[in-house]
Ligand binder design. Structure first.
Ligand SMILES: Nc1nc2c(ncn2[C@@H]2O[C@H](COP(=O)(O)OP(=O)(O)OP(=O)(O)O)[C@@H](O)[C@H]2O)c(=O)[nH]1
Length: 206
């Protein structure tokens, strides 16, 4: 897939991995490769510029995990930690200087670049494209956003009582992509590895 200079990538890694136990899941290895490295390498199929959002103490180990990656890696450190995913998306998008950004959580090592391409196509002329899962959930952490519009929406949402990412979506012109309409996309694309057990299970299936 050719990379597009209007597209950047953002990897979200600023969470505390509380369900993962005593370790940062972003750098946990899946079959010998840190999960965040898998995510960055898959995003690198659609862009050569990837921003990683994390807390300051995560920067060094994550940079080690990403050394030699196929894209330029830049960091967007949370100015205030623990303000939730919307703050992480905001920090990442503020650092991104491309028109659109493919935003992916660090714990989704099977993200399918073909899905990101589909979302980029659907987002053109709009402020974003987000998959609506069959269960009704919106897959906001494996989505494409118009960088400026979503950064503004997140900034406005951070201080609100409802500071979920879906509250930011209400402030932009996004298109819903029903999960059932997706064709040829890996079934594992949305698999999120939140626990050590999920990591062990994914290793067994790889
Ligand atoms: N910057 C930032 N990112 C966050 C924060 N909380 C969650 N995230 C990110 O949002 C994405 C989805 O969050 P979760 O899957 O719940 O990850 P988590 O919060 O690290 O994990 P748990 O503590 O086990 O819920 C992940 O990529 C996280 O890194 C936060 O407070 N700040």
């Amino acid at each position: 897939m050719p990379v597009d200079s209007s597209v950047g990538g953002v990897v979200l890694a600023g969470g505390y991995s509380t369900r993962f136990g005593d370790a940062d899941k972003s750098i946990a290895e899946l079959e010998g490769t840190p999960m965040i490295r898998r995510v960055a390498d898959r995003i690198a199929a659609v862009t050569d510029d990837v921003v990683v959002n994390c807390r300051s103490e995560q920067k060094e180990p994550i940079a080690d995990a990403l050394s030699g990656a196929n894209a330029t890696i830049r960091f967007a450190i949370d100015p205030i930690p623990d303000r939730g995913p919307v703050a992480g998306i905001h920090a990442g998008l503020e650092e991104c200087d491309r028109e659109y950004a493919a935003v992916v959580a660090c714990d989704m090592p099977f993200v399918d670049p073909a899905l990101l391409e589909t979302l980029l196509d659907r987002a053109r002329g709009r402020d974003g494209a987000v998959v609506e899962l069959e269960a009704g959930w919106l897959q906001t952490t494996q989505a494409v956003y118009r960088t400026d519009a979503m950064a503004r929406a997140c900034a406005a949402t951070i201080g609100e009582e409802d500071n979920r990412v879906v509250a930011a979506l209400e402030k932009i012109d996004w298109v819903s992509v029903p999960e059932a309409s997706l064709e040829g996309i890996s079934e594992k694309t949305f698999e999120s590895i939140d626990t050590q057990e999920a990591l062990d299970d994914a290793e067994r299936r790889i």
